[in-house]
Design a protein around this ligand. Structure first.
Ligand code: NAP
Ligand code: MG
Length: 408
């Protein structure tokens, strides 16, 4: 069979530990034999980030701006322990945060819905995609602990010298306080990315906040979403038969539980942090059955696996033991990245290949009942035989070849 030709390269961001091992296996077994793979390679191994004073992370993000499409492996965000383990100069910042910031991206996390992995919420049939705003709020807030009664003010001073003072309620004893912010431009990017993703995937969009209580802060989010919808997306949404709904955040949480899925839920930073993990574990029981895509308003795109480097499994692997680590999210990251490249360059074979690759994983788990231990734990009906990572990849490869043959 002739390999599928790629017009332009995608940016490849390699990572750490077990995720890095699986990354190589997936490329060797499931991509190279079928695709004449063109990538611009950036090694984000924690040692390499250390050697380059993290410049490699910035270069990789800039490359995504240039080429439009990237795929990323999981990477270590070093803490004190990792600094000792790898002999690093310092606790480098999370590469994910750096990349999200440079691309001004919104993160979309969706469960991979399989027939024999039954959601904990029995009404859920279709995926619920969580879109998480990734700027501001408590994540760049400041906090203060005070020891006795007193008073506090927020002072805003503009570059042109305008000053606004805002007094908090009297502080009657010891306690804590916190202040945080957001930017209109970032909220606008978040809204645009959410509307675009919903359109691209034919899904309705929800946004939830607490504007009844947070009459300035959350109300600003609501206002911006509504304006951008009216001005830029209403027509396209109507044409596609889709809708946009704003809900009070508590209403949104309870509606999610009663829904059958099939929508994008845009969330503020904190809601998204919590809710994406909750939806993932309630839907599939495993972080390896999630896709994670970053989309920016300029149209930069990056696909990644939502899980980490799976350190515990890596130590076993280093001792020569076989592990049953699930490569599904990594396979999907490659499939989504290649598909996006195919769409942008008009390479139909690449799109078809990516779809076959996802289908091959589905068939392996649903029809063959071949799965890694994390999925086996939650599968219905239960399975007794658990595959190693390599056996799982081999099973996917067999299905992929059948699907490709059928297509030819
Ligand atoms: P993790 O690597 O996601 O692993 C947590 C646990 O989840 C694992 O020990 C394993 O459970 C299970 N798990 C995760 N992925 C799995 C897979 N593909 N197949 C089977 N089981 C899987 O998270 P962590 O242990 O908190 O973090 C490890 C490192 O990853 C840290 O250095 C962190 O900085 C980094 N991290 C990176 C990213 C990213 O780059 N996107 C995200 C999160 C964390 P069992 O051990 O019970 O089998
Ligand atoms: Mg979280």
């Amino acid at each position: 069979m002739e390999k599928i030709h790629m017009d332009k390269p995608i940016v490849e961001l390699d990572g750490d530990e077990m995720a890095r091992v699986m990354w190589t296996w997936v490329k060797e077994k499931l991509i190279y034999p079928y695709v004449d793979l063109k990538t611009e390679y950036y090694d984000l191994h924690v040692k390499r980030r250390d050697e380059t004073n993290d410049a490699v992370t910035f270069h990789a993000a800039e490359a995504i701006k240039r080429l439009g499409v990237g795929v990323k492996c999981a990477t270590i965000t070093p803490n004190a322990e990792r600094v000792r383990e790898y002999g690093l100069k310092k606790e480098w910042r999370s590469p994910n945060a750096t990349i999200r910031e440079i691309l001004d991206g919104t993160l979309f996390r969706a469960p991979i819905v399989l027939r024999n992995v039954v959601p904990a919420v029995r009404f859920w049939r279709k995926p619920i995609v969580v879109a998480r705003h990734a700027y501001g709020d408590i994540y760049s807030g400041v906090g203060l602990r005070f020891e006795e009664a007193g008073e506090a003010e927020i002072v805003y001073r503009s570059v042109s010298g305008r000053e606004v003072r805002l007094r908090l309620p009297p502080l009657k004893g010891s306690g804590v306080l916190q202040a945080y912010h957001n930017l209109d431009s970032s909220i606008e990017s978040f809204a645009r990315a959410s509307f675009k993703y919903a359109l691209m995937n034919g899904l309705n969009l929800w946004f939830g906040a607490k504007d009844t209580i947070s009459k300035v802060y959350d109300a600003r989010f609501k206002e911006i979403f509504s304006r951008i919808y009216e001005e830029e997306f209403r027509e396209e949404f109507q044409k596609a038969g889709l809708n946009y709904e704003y809900y009070l955040i508590d209403d949104a949480y309870s509606r999610v539980m009663r829904s059958d899925g099939g929508f994008v839920w845009a969330t503020k930073n904190y809601d998204g942090d919590i809710v994406s993990d909750m939806i993932a574990s309630a839907f599939t029981g495993s972080l390896a059955l999630m896709t994670s895509e970053l989309l920016s308003p300029e149209g930069y795109y990056m696909a990644e696996a939502a899980h980490g480097t799976v350190q515990r499994h890596y130590y076993k692997y280093l001792k020569g033991e076989k592990t049953s680590t699930n490569p599904t999210a990594i396979i999907f990251a490659w499939a989504r990245g290649l598909k996006e490249r195919g769409k942008r360059d008009g390479v139909a074979e690449l799109i078809a290949f990516s779809e076959a690759l996802e289908e091959a994983v589905r068939k392996t788990i649903e029809e063959d009942g071949v799965m890694t231990q994390d999925v086996a734990k939650v599968a219905e009906p239960p399975v007794n035989i658990v595959a190693t990572t390599e056996q799982f990849i081999e099973a996917v490869k067999r299905n992929l070849e059948k699907l490709i043959e059928k297509d030819c």
